[in-house]
Design a protein. Structure first.
Length: 317
């Protein structure tokens, strides 16, 4: 029984679960890189019976699954993974299982990115390292308006955190109800444009879908305040990155903080890396010790349960 752990960027998967619990005949291989080429991925994974995924770092479409005849089990961290064609897996006789997720780490990072932009921490830290002193003028969160696009679980958590800082809260999404806004004490914006015009900080918390891909584009940046900031810890494709760079260059907004990208890992020569108005983090929204203890611990549980013939947290597709 050959088992692969994919995309362990930091080499920590074996620290957060006791893989010695696997039966003696099981052979575990950990991959720390990401292969974007599907054929190269097929060649790498063809011998494996079980593949363990970290979120959507490596997509598993039907075209890949059909080329892995030895595959019997996919375990993904999290309760859902849009990058796996679960129906195709089931058609090939492959079981797909998930894990639970603490779910608050990304909301905490969102607030950290908002605070970092408000107090200009990147430029101040750079100045200190270069021997300088104060170089920028921050702003208060108290009294500032936070526009939240998507008021689901994560958006709701961010609203709660922001309220503690005394921020005014404004929310919008296509399916947002007045009842949800009342529940959290958040004003419901009349439209996306209304939110973008009024917000001092805008944060995105929506799933990627055909409706949300490219949700924030050139016409949206054009109506934002020139001293406003954008935060995206959701999915990279929701924001048109070239339009964002153009808007920053034109002074249509003050800055943006991104934790997610169209292509991950972000290429070393990507234009986003060159903008001084961007605060970039490498998709660390869920990357905490506490989350990984759940993710890798329950990944191992799912593998052991499958080997016993009693799969757990099976995904239906």
């Amino acid at each position: 029984m050959r088992i692969a752990i994919l995309d362990d960027y930091q080499g920590v998967s074996e620290r957060f679960a006791d893989w010695s619990r696997l039966p003696p005949e099981a052979e575990l291989t950990v991959f720390r890189d990401t292969l974007a080429d599907e054929q190269a991925l097929v060649e790498r994974l063809e011998p494996f019976n079980i593949v363990c995924l970290m979120r959507e770092r490596t997509p598993f479409p039907a075209s890949l699954i059909r080329q892995l005849p030895n595959l019997k089990l996919i375990v993904t961290t999290g309760q859902k993974n849009a990058a796996i064609d679960v129906a195709a897996a089931r058609a090939q006789g492959v079981t797909v299982c998930g894990t639970q997720s603490p779910g608050h780490a990304t909301a905490e990072l969102t607030m950290a990115l908002i605070l970092a932009q408000a107090r200009m921490l990147v430029s101040e830290n750079a100045s200190m390292r270069e021997g300088g002193w104060q170089v920028s003028l921050g702003r208060d969160l108290r009294g500032a308006t936070l526009g939240i696009i998507g008021l689901g679980r994560l958006g709701g958590q961010v609203a709660t955190y922001a309220k503690a800082f005394g921020m005014k809260l404004l929310a919008w999404s296509e399916n947002l109800t007045q009842e949800r806004c009342d529940e959290l004490g958040v004003e419901k914006a009349a439209s996306k444009q209304d939110l973008l015009k009024r917000a001092d900080f805008v944060t995105i918390h929506q799933r990627l879908s055909s409706r949300t891909r490219g949700l924030i584009g050139p016409e949206d940046f054009a109506v934002m305040k020139p001293d406003a900031y954008l935060v995206n810890t959701s999915r990279g494709e929701i924001v048109h990155w070239q339009a964002l760079l153009d808007a920053l260059e034109a002074g249509q907004l003050a800055g943006a903080a991104l934790d997610v990208y169209d292509v991950e890992p972000l290429p070393a020569d990507h234009p986003l890396r060159a903008s001084r108005k961007l605060l970039l983090t490498p998709h660390i929204g869920y990357v905490t010790r506490e989350t990984y203890e759940v993710f890798y611990g329950q990944t191992l549980e799912a593998v052991l349960a499958f080997l016993k013939g009693e799969p757990i947290r099976v995904m239906e597709g």
